[in-house]
Design a protein around this ligand. Structure first.
Ligand SMILES: [Zn+2]
Length: 134
């Protein structure tokens, strides 16, 4: 990831792990660890981290470890096929201003994610990273 992508990635992670920092220092550390991993891979690794355990704030090493392993298990773990969350139970929203937030899908998978706001929309438009655009 480029440094700007690392910052965007941290902002996304913060949507779920609000205690995480995305200040300059944090970006620098995460960037050093994930420099050679694409944004797309990091993003998928983050989702896998969230769906596998997700109870603690992820460390750069956690994302690196998952990104370096295969993440096909996301699909294997799918409980109920769902076009909206692709079986993860999570919906990532991106607003017109670029602000990202996360919520639980209103399908069966989403019910396994208590504590997150349930997202219900009339239509779901996805961007290239699987985020729902407003
Ligand atoms: Zn769903």
């Amino acid at each position: 990831m480029r440094e700007t992508e690392t910052k965007a990635f941290l902002e996304k992670a913060k949507g779920i792990y609000s205690r995480m920092s995305s200040n300059e220092f944090a970006v620098e550390i995460w960037h050093k660890v994930l420099e050679n991993v694409s944004y797309d891979k990091c993003y998928k690794a983050l989702i896998k981290y969230i769906t596998d355990d997700g109870s603690h704030d992820p460390k750069p090493g956690d994302i690196l470890r998952i990104a370096q392993s295969t993440y096909e298990e996301i699909i294997k773990r799918e409980r109920t096929p769902c076009d909206k969350c692709r079986g993860t139970g999570y919906i990532f929203l991106i607003g017109k201003d670029g602000h990202e937030s996360a919520g639980a899908c209103d399908c069966e998978n989403g019910q396994a994610n208590p504590g997150l706001p349930v997202i219900t929309k009339f239509s779901y438009k996805f961007d290239g990273l699987g985020r729902v655009t407003n």
